[in-house]
Design a binder for this molecule. Structure first.
Ligand code: PLP
Length: 435
């Protein structure tokens, strides 16, 4: 399907004007996906291999046997606005160990790296239990893990690396929150602050690690391991839906709304969802209006958000990313249903709505709430539904809003979000085109 060039022009004008937007991917092909299924099986096997070690290193994971997971919670009618269909929150804002969705990526990559370094050095033999690595601090202390981050990836990598005994350097961008920097420094992580954005922090981390023969770089812009770690979340979701008796079939479709920065977390989960649900699941990325990197790249082939006149400035620090990962772009070409954007004011308003429901969310964690509004209440969303879920009535759709971070936000910072939200003039900037 070709998108009408006039529609695309109108969309671009909306994006440039800093309004909320919805783009349906014209190349999207809902289908069974054997390649994704094979990769997901590998991800699940890796997580299962790591779980005894995770459980040993992080006491908070003992009860779950080393499983890092979050709750799936139905939203009370009307609590997040009037919407037809069923809305559930996948609460990664409360994930243990790292307090954000990065627990599924950063911790996975650091622990996979530890296993492969220990195997290569002969420290971990074929028949040794992986828990041996909980007592290998001297081995890891000679090695460094580095990462560039807007905050949350740095937190998860830093926490994981220090727990095993690695040295760790986190390069942070100018929008990193001071409490995240402080928390890392307390753990013994070296934090380097850059006067530039996320891409510059990543470039600096990459260059510095290349000079260190004992260094390992977690490359958020190109990491297969991060992507694989995230993908396993879809299997967890499938188990939870099944346990709740919620069917997922082409006539009972599942829509996922995934906050997107560089694309690894939402891309990995969307990929896993294809593996689990085939043509019955539709994944949407949701981005801040000023950091709409996936939208710029996939709809307009613009390499950075600056090419469309956007500032890349947003309160949603986990998503202040000007470019989309090339790896994610390639994997998502036919697998991504679409992208929608949301304004900072609305994300802050949802931090408030979430608090009223007992959820501690940071602004980036709330982006997904815009998704159901775009799909159900915009003309473009209605066109998407007519094309890709013709047999499903609005009440047949299950919406999964993926909340992505917030557990570690200090009380004072959370209160400041609420104060800002309460003082905002006006109302949500969301589509209301469909009666
Ligand atoms: C990192 C992050 C995202 C987006 O993940 P990417 O892999 O950067 O796309 C969304 N929400 C929060 C809270 C994050 O920390």
């Amino acid at each position: 399907m070709q998108t009408d060039p006039e529609d695309l022009d109108a969309l671009q004008a909306r994006v440039r004007a800093g309004r909320s937007a919805f783009w349906a991917n014209p190349d999207y092909r809902p289908a069974e996906d054997a390649e994704a299924r094979r990769d997901l099986d590998r991800a699940l096997a890796d997580w299962a291999m790591l779980s005894p070690l995770l459980s040993r290193v992080f006491p908070e994971l003992e009860a779950s046997g080393g499983r890092i997971g979050s709750d799936l919670t139905p939203v009370a009618d009307g609590a997040f606005g009037p919407l037809p269909g069923r809305i559930l929150i996948k609460g990664d804002h409360a994930l243990p160990v790292a307090g954000s969705i990065k627990a599924r990526g950063g911790i996975f990559e650091v622990f996979m790296c530890a296993v492969s370094q220990a195997r290569a050095a002969g420290l971990l033999g074929r028949d040794d239990p992986v828990t041996k690595l909980a007592e290998a601090k001297d081995f890891f202390a000679r090695r460094t893990i580095a990462v560039g981050s807007t905050g949350n990836l740095g937190l998860s990598v830093g926490i994981a690396a220090r727990a095993l005994g690695y040295r760790c350097t986190v390069h942070m961008s100018n929008d990193a929150k001071p409490w995240k920097v402080e928390r890392l420094r307390k753990l013994g992580v070296e934090v380097v602050l850059h006067e530039a954005d996320y891409s510059a922090a990543v470039a600096a981390a990459r260059a510095e690690t290349a000079r260190d023969p004992d260094g390992y770089f977690v490359d958020d812009e190109a990491s297969e391991l991060l992507f694989r770690g995230y993908s396993a979340a879809a299997a967890e979701l499938a188990g939870q839906l099944d346990a709740m008796g919620i069917a997922v079939r082409p006539d009972k479709p599942l829509c996922l709304y995934l906050p997107c920065g560089i694309g690894g977390a939402p891309g990995g989960i969307a990929y896993g969802a294809r593996a689990m649900f085939g043509a019955a699941a539709h994944s949407f990325f949701v981005e801040p209006q000023q950091s709409a990197s996936a939208l710029c790249r996939m709809a307009f082939d613009a390499p950075t958000v600056h090419d469309l006149g956007l500032s890349n400035r947003t309160e949603a620090d986990g998503m202040a990313v000007a470019t989309l990962s090339p790896l994610v772009r390639a994997r998502m070409e036919q697998r991504l249903a679409g992208v929608c954007t949301v304004g900072d004011a609305d994300m802050l308003r949802w931090v408030g709505t979430g608090a009223a429901q007992g959820l501690r969310l940071e602004p980036s964690a709330t982006a997904g709430f815009a998704g159901p509004c775009h799909l159900m209440d915009s003309a473009a969303g209605a066109a998407f539904r007519a094309r890709h879920m013709p047999g499903a009535a609005p009440e047949d759709i299950t919406h999964i809003v993926w909340t992505t971070g917030g557990r570690f936000v200090p009380d004072a910072a959370h209160a400041a979000f609420l104060g800002t939200a309460a003082a905002l003039p006006g109302d949500f900037d969301l589509p209301r085109e469909v009666a």
